[in-house]
Design a binder for this molecule. Structure first.
Ligand SMILES: NC(=O)c1ccc[n+]([C@@H]2O[C@H](COP(=O)([O-])OP(=O)(O)OC[C@H]3O[C@@H](n4cnc5c(N)ncnc54)[C@H](O)[C@@H]3O)[C@@H](O)[C@H]2O)c1
Length: 253
């Protein structure tokens, strides 16, 4: 990609990289010269690492459950063990609860969604920031969602978790603004990934999802990756605590 930032020699940690937005972003970082470390519960993320290596890049897969502190700490330690430092992190792992109105939502669905989508981001921030403080700074991007800014029906735990990610992003940005660590978020609208595959395969439901979309289509994961690379780069050196909306204009009206 001409004009995209250069991450040669930078150590970049990415969670949720077995598919979708995480995989596309990992490939983009690999292409931009980064040493990429992928944390995912799904062993398919090893295929993302292979894809990056096949293209001449450097990548390491570490099986990780972002909801578990010891697992996240081990992921950061693996990155430092392999490369000696951590420059950039993209905290992107996430899942959707089953769709239900709030009173019909199970407590288990609520707890699991919060554990992965919100606590997971907290844990990643905690261990990444500790490392970044010891290596002179870094840049972090969290994956929120337009569901972190406005509500979607039938998804209360996800909406709560993603609003929480927007808040965590601001809080972490303030805590470390003078210590050379920037923390931002991306808020994608509808993106064509395994998470939304079922919705997009149903023409009636797809039409309903896109009826408020000015651009009139779902994004491809690569269309999110570009903003993540920008926010992680020195071109965004004065940007922190922000949530960048990438939604084809959905929240413009
Ligand atoms: N697809 C969309 O329309 C959309 C819109 C807004 C935000 N998002 C967010 O983007 C992020 C990526 O989702 P995607 O659309 O690429 O879907 P995806 O299902 O392709 O990717 C989710 C990734 O998270 C991983 N993951 C799930 N639980 C995990 C855990 N406990 N520990 C480690 N990894 C785990 C999965 O294995 C997978 O690699 C998520 O945070 C999602 O909420 C997606």
């Amino acid at each position: 990609m001409s004009g995209s930032p250069n991450f040669t020699g930078k150590v970049v940690l990415i969670t949720g990289a077995s598919s979708g937005i995480g995989r596309a972003t990992a490939v983009a970082f690999g292409r931009a010269g980064a040493k990429v470390v992928l944390g995912d519960l799904n062993e398919e993320a090893a295929a993302t690492a292979s894809q990056i290596k096949a293209a001449g890049g450097e990548a390491l897969f570490v099986k990780t459950d972002v909801s578990q502190p010891a697992s996240v700490e081990a992921l950061v330690q693996a990155a430092v063990g392999a490369h000696g430092r951590l420059d950039v992190a993209f905290n992107n792992a996430g899942l959707l609860p089953r769709t239900a109105d709030l009173a019909d939502m199970t407590t288990e669905d609520f707890d699991r969604t919060i554990a992965v989508d919100l606590r997971g981001v907290f844990l990643c921030l905690k261990y990444e920031i500790r490392q970044m403080l010891s290596n002179g700074g870094g840049a972090i991007v969290n994956t929120a969602s337009v569901a972190g800014l406005v509500a979607d029906p039938g998804m209360a735990p996800y909406v709560a978790a993603k609003h929480g990610v927007v808040g965590l992003t601001k809080a972490a940005a303030l805590d470390y603004a003078t210590r050379n660590i920037r923390v931002n978020a991306v808020a994608p609208g509808l993106v064509a990934t395994p998470m939304t595959e079922r919705w997009l395969a149903d023409p009636a439901f797809k039409g309903k999802l896109l009826q408020n979309s000015p651009i009139g289509r779902a994004a491809q994961p690569e269309e999110i990756a570009g903003t993540v690379l920008y926010l992680s780069s020195d071109a965004a050196s004065f940007v922190t605590g922000q949530t960048y909306v990438i939604d084809g204009g959905q929240t413009a009206h």
